[in-house]
Write a protein of this length. Structure first.
Length: 364
C-alpha cells in the first residue's frame, strides 16, 4: 500500500450532488382511487401481507398513549386520517406509503401486544391508556362486545395509487413517498429507495455493505444508508454510464426501480465485480483511496470504482498505478470534476475520461 492512508475515522461523505438541483423532469401517468376499509379487514390484510409495510421505513415511534388515542377515536366514531397505499406493479399487493404508525398501532391492539420486538420473551400487553374511563386499561378482547363490533366496523379511507407510465420503472412512487413523509426526521434518498424498491438488488446491496474490504474503505456503517447508496451508485454507473443524465438522484431511482429483481446470474456478476474491485483498491491504494482530502468523496469513489472495474481483466500494473495516484488527485481538472457541479453530465464524462487517460499509462 502507498502512504496515502489516514486514520479510520467516521468522516462525513462529500457528495456535492446533494446540494444541486434534484428536481425531476419526468412527467408521470398515475391513476389513483379511494377505498374504504373496515378496521377488522384492514388488520387481516396486514397479517396476510396483502397490505405490507416496507421493511425499511421510519421506526415505529408512537407511545402507548398515542396509539390508544387512535383506537379511542375509532371507538367513539370519530374520523381519523386516511392512509396512502401503492399498488405493486407485479402483484396485487399494496405497500404503505403513508400511515404506518396508525396501521401498526391497530395491528398491535388486535394482536394484544404493544410494539413487540422479535425475540422478546416478555411482551408488553397493549391496554388502552389515557383514554375515557369506559375504555381505560382494556385490551381488544376485554372490550364490551358492542364496542368491539364498532371498532371492527369503523372505516379508514385509503388512497391507492399506481404508476401507469412510464411502464419500465415506478419512480413516481419515490416522489410521492418523499413528499408525504415530512414528519419527524426527514428520510434520505437511499432510505426511501430501501423502503419502496424492495427486491433482490437492494438485498444484494445490504449484503455487500458488510463485505470486509468495503467496510475498510468506507469506514463505520452509516445509519442513514449513505454507504449503501454508494454501492447502488457504483452499480448504476458501471452498468449505465453511457446513459447517464442528471439529476443523479433520479438516475439512481430509475436504475433501482428498473433492476430491482435481476437474474441470479446478474446478481452474481454484480457481486463479483464489486468484491474484486474493492479488494484491488484496498490492497493497492489503501483505506484512504476515496479520500483525496481526508474525507470520503463520493465522486472519487465513483470514478475509481467504475474505472477499475471496467479494466479489471486487463493487464494493468496496479501497484505502480497506486503508487502514483497522487498525481491524479493533484490534477486540477480532475479535482474540479470531483468537487464542482459533480452531477452535471459533462463533468461526469470528463472525470471518467481523465481517469481512463491516467490508468492507460499502466497497461502492460
Amino acid at each position: 500500500m502507498n502512504g496515502y492512508e489516514t486514520e479510520d475515522i467516521d468522516d462525513p461523505v462529500i457528495d456535492v450532488e446533494e446540494n444541486e438541483d434534484s428536481s425531476s423532469p419526468q412527467i408521470y401517468g398515475i391513476s389513483s382511487y379511494g377505498a374504504d376499509y373496515d378496521v377488522e379487514g384492514l388488520v387481516k390484510r396486514l397479517k396476510r401481507g396483502d397490505i405490507f409495510i416496507p421493511p425499511f421505513q421510519r421506526d415505529y415511534v408512537w407511545n402507548q398513549a398515542e396509539a390508544s388515542r387512535l383506537v379511542e377515536s375509532l371507538l367513539l366514531g370519530l374520523p381519523v386520517p386516511g392512509v396512502f397505499l401503492a399498488k405493486e406493479s407485479d402483484s396485487n399487493k399494496l405497500s404503505v406509503i403513508d400511515g404506518q404508525q396508525r396501521l401498526k398501532s391497530l395491528l398491535f391492539f388486535y394482536e394484544g401486544f404493544f410494539n413487540p420486538k422479535e425475540g422478546d420473551t416478555r411482551k408488553k400487553v397493549f391496554r388502552l391508556k389515557n383514554v375515557q374511563e369506559k375504555f381505560e386499561g382494556k385490551t381488544y378482547e376485554e372490550l364490551e362486545e358492542d364496542d368491539r363490533i364498532n371498532l371492527d366496523d369503523s372505516i379508514i379511507h385509503a388512497t391507492i395509487i399506481k404508476q401507469e407510465t412510464p411502464t419500465d420503472d415506478n419512480t413516481s412512487i419515490y416522489h410521492v413517498f418523499e413528499r408525504l413523509n415530512t414528519g419527524g426526521r426527514k428520510l434520505t434518498p437511499q432510505e426511501i429507495r430501501a423502503a419502496i424498491y424492495i427486491g433482490k438488488l437492494n438485498e444484494l446491496i445490504a449484503e455487500l455493505n458488510d463485505y470486509p474490504a468495503w467496510r475498510e474503505l468506507f469506514g463505520k456503517k452509516n445509519n442513514r444508508l449513505k454507504d449503501q447508496e454508494m454501492i447502488l451508485r457504483f452499480f448504476a454507473m458501471y452498468n449505465s454510464l453511457d446513459r447517464y443524465s442528471k439529476p443523479l438522484k433520479e438516475f439512481l431511482n430509475k436504475f433501482n426501480g428498473r433492476y430491482r429483481n435481476p437474474t441470479e446470474e446478474e446478481l452474481e456478476r454484480l457481486s463479483s465485480i464489486f468484491k474484486r474491485t474493492t479488494d484491488i483498491i484496498l490492497e493497492n491504494i489503501g483505506k484512504s483511496a476515496f479520500r483525496p482530502d481526508r474525507v470520503f468523496n463520493a465522486s472519487a469513489f465513483e470514478v475509481l470504482m467504475v474505472g477499475i472495474a471496467n479494466r479489471i481483466d486487463e493487464n494493468i500494473d496496479f501497484e505502480a498505478f497506486a503508487q502514483n495516484i497522487n498525481t491524479l488527485y493533484q490534477n486540477q481538472d480532475f479535482v474540479d470534476s470531483i468537487t464542482r457541479a459533480t452531477s452535471d453530465d459533462k463533468v461526469v464524462a470528463e472525470r471518467h475520461r481523465l481517469f481512463n487517460e491516467y490508468i492507460n499509462q499502466y497497461v502492460q
